[in-house]
Design a protein around this ligand. Structure first.
Ligand SMILES: Cc1ncc(C[n+]2csc(CCOP(=O)(O)OP(=O)(O)O)c2C)c(N)n1
Ligand SMILES: [Mg+2]
Length: 583
């Protein structure tokens, strides 16, 4: 018998060749197999020309595939799936327009440190740089909004690259990773047994905190008379809420959180100061400004939190526990940095702290709490948005997963829902992405099928991605959307009222009738325009098995208080007089 080259081959050689041929896999098959190996059972994405080989493999793969109506929605879904589950979210898009549509979603995930792996198709390798049909420089476009990205040039590199993507996305400070895959790599074949181990010599993650630094932090806590724990989303990402509770209880420390930190500490506990910052509680902001020790954990001193940097926490020694060394002393000078995983570090720290009563500090805090709780006008005849959120909280017993739009709706959700456990609030903090709420609710509901998932949204935020309601209907996801409909870009209107002499430039667009839209798409639609109808509408919404949209026609010119105007110190809050008058 002769081979193609004319040399003699034995039957044994031939069967070996047949075995080798059989163990050759296409790039598309390698992608699917590697995803399964990484534990992926659910993914989000949208098809197109250069991802057809991959979609063909997905056709009968054991992976649940959720198809959004727009790639931005798909990326937010993957992001919220990750936030709700603690797993990596996966999204796929085609080249050019598909990849470009991921940009807002990736930037959102990047700013909030969310582990997302995005796989994008690319034009054939030999066409790259040719202005080929649907070609975009995806790695160039997404470099600043991903933790890491790369393009695969050889099919032999594919499995390793995808493994590395999952590793980088989910370790250290998590973030989105994008892998760009030319279509010829998807159809090329290679053997199953090429070495595909993760090989990242330049990427090291420090998880264990330095013991000496931990001791210094413990001593500072034990000596402090007026300490405050300032907790960010990093504690939730690190699954360190239990350790946080133990630390706060053992050392007797008041706890304030950022927007993304809400849920890391049960807000019903006496040590809770609720959220701090621009629309945070007066008691949290005053406590930070007067504390002698600020212990920041998994937080990054964002400007919405600190206000004017020069006068932020002016009397405080600062401890900063964070996995990302580049966060240390970035905005605020840190006296005692501890770099590593919050869960490990808090477990060590707890051993060294002592209980201290701090009677006069807690008395002071209690007075602020009594004087300036979050309040609104309960007597008003109109529907106050805060009332809607409070009623949602009451009827769901603080147990729902809440996603939000951006603007006033987001701040009212943060102020008036009481979060009691981690991964309960899913909101775009860093980027502040309008349109996040609905796709995020879908991603969260996919991750937690038995949970009550409520999107507390703004009318204009909802307008941006409402097309995804069709996705919720198609996959029978019983998400609830509560639109706090003020007919305005309310937060913009609030700033225009306060700082631009009520010149409402382009902050109110016409809206559709949301209940009709919902019904047309196959969801339930409810309109509420009377205050007394709020409780029963919420009750009905919660009993629905289908996606449900409730359009609450709220008081149009309600403002969010208190407010630290941009550039002011945390203790220079506007609106306290209004809150005081509302007793
Ligand atoms: C994609 C995007 N575009 C613009 C903005 C700027 N912005 C922040 S809040 C806001 C208004 C939001 O209006 P709405 O969703 O109705 O919420 P409300 O403040 O009325 O509750 C705008 C335009 C943004 N955050 N995101
Ligand atoms: Mg609005």
């Amino acid at each position: 018998m002769k081979s193609k080259s004319g040399t003699q081959v034995s039957p044994a050689d031939e069967s070996l060749t047949a075995v080798r041929q059989a163990s050759l896999k296409t790039g598309a098959q390698i992608i699917v197999d590697t995803l399964i190996e990484q534990g992926v059972d659910t993914m989000f994405g949208y098809t197109g020309g250069v991802v057809l080989p991959l979609f063909d493999r997905l056709y009968d793969a054991p992976i649940r595939f959720i198809n959004p109506r727009h790639e931005q929605g798909g990326c937010h879904m993957a992001d919220a799936y990750a936030r709700a589950s603690g797993k990596v979210g996966v999204v796929v898009a085609t080249s050019g327009p598909g990849a470009c549509n991921l940009v807002t979603g990736l930037a959102t995930a990047m700013m909030d440190s969310v582990p997302v792996v995005a796989l994008t198709g690319q034009v054939r390798t030999e066409l790259i740089g040719n202005d080929a049909f649907q070609e975009a420089d995806t790695t160039g476009i997404t470099r600043p909004i991903t933790k890491y990205n790369c393009i695969v040039k050889k099919v032999e590199d594919l499995a390793r690259t995808i493994r590395e993507a999952f590793y980088i996305a989910s370790t250290g400070r998590p973030g989105p990773v994008l892998v760009d895959i030319p279509v010829d790599i998807e159809v090329a074949k290679c053997s199953d047994n090429v070495s595909a181990e993760v090989d990242l010599p330049g990427y090291r993650v420090r998880t264990k905190g330095n013991a000496r630094q931990i001791s210094l932090a413990a001593t500072a806590i034990n000596k402090s008379e007026q300490p405050v724990l300032y907790v960010g989303g990093g504690v939730i990402i690190a699954n360190a809420s239990e350790e946080l509770r133990a630390l706060a209880e053992k050392a007797h420390l008041p706890v304030t959180t950022t927007l993304l930190g809400l849920g890391s500490f049960d807000q019903r506990k006496p040590e809770s100061l609720d959220m701090l910052g621009m629309h945070g509680s007066a008691y949290a902001n005053y406590a930070v400004q007067e504390c002698d020790l600020l212990i920041a954990i998994g937080a990054r001193f964002d400007d919405r939190v600190t206000g004017k940097l020069k006068t932020f926490a002016p009397h405080a020694k600062v401890v900063h526990i964070d996995i990302d060394p580049s966060s240390i002393s970035k905005n605020v000078h840190v006296d005692i940095p501890v770099v590593g995983d919050a869960k490990n570090i808090l477990a060590e720290l707890i051993k060294e702290v002592e209980y201290c009563e701090r009677k006069s500090w807690f008395k002071k805090i209690a007075e602020w709490k009594k004087k300036y709780p979050f309040r609104y006008d309960r007597q008003a005849s109109t529907i106050k948005p805060q009332y809607v959120v409070e009623e949602l909280c009451r009827q769901t017993k603080s147990e729902a997963i809440v996603t939000t739009g951006v603007g006033q709706n987001q701040m009212w959700a943060a102020q008036f829902y009481r979060f009691i456990k981690p991964r309960q609030l899913i909101s775009s903090g860093g980027l502040g992405t309008m349109g996040y709420g609905l796709p995020a609710a879908i991603g969260a509901q996919v991750a937690k099928p038995d949970a009550t998932v409520i999107d507390i949204d703004g009318d204009h935020s909802f307008n941006m991605t409402m097309t995804e309601l069709a996705t919720a209907v198609q996959y029978n996801l019983p998400i609830k959307v509560c639109i706090l409909n003020n007919g305005y870009m309310g937060m913009v209107r609030q700033w225009q009222e306060l700082f631009y002499n009520k010149r409402y430039s382009n902050s109110s667009l016409s809206n559709p009738d949301y209940a009709t839209v919902a019904r047309a798409i196959g969801a339930v639609g409810i309109t509420v325009d009377k205050k007394e109808d709020v409780p029963k509408a919420i009750k009905k919404m919660l009993s629905e098995k289908k996606p449900c949209v409730v359009d609450f026609k709220i008081d149009r010119e309600e403002n969010v208080w208190p407010m630290v105007p941009a550039g002011k110190s945390l203790n220079e809050m506007d609106g306290l007089d209004i809150l005081e008058r509302l007793i």
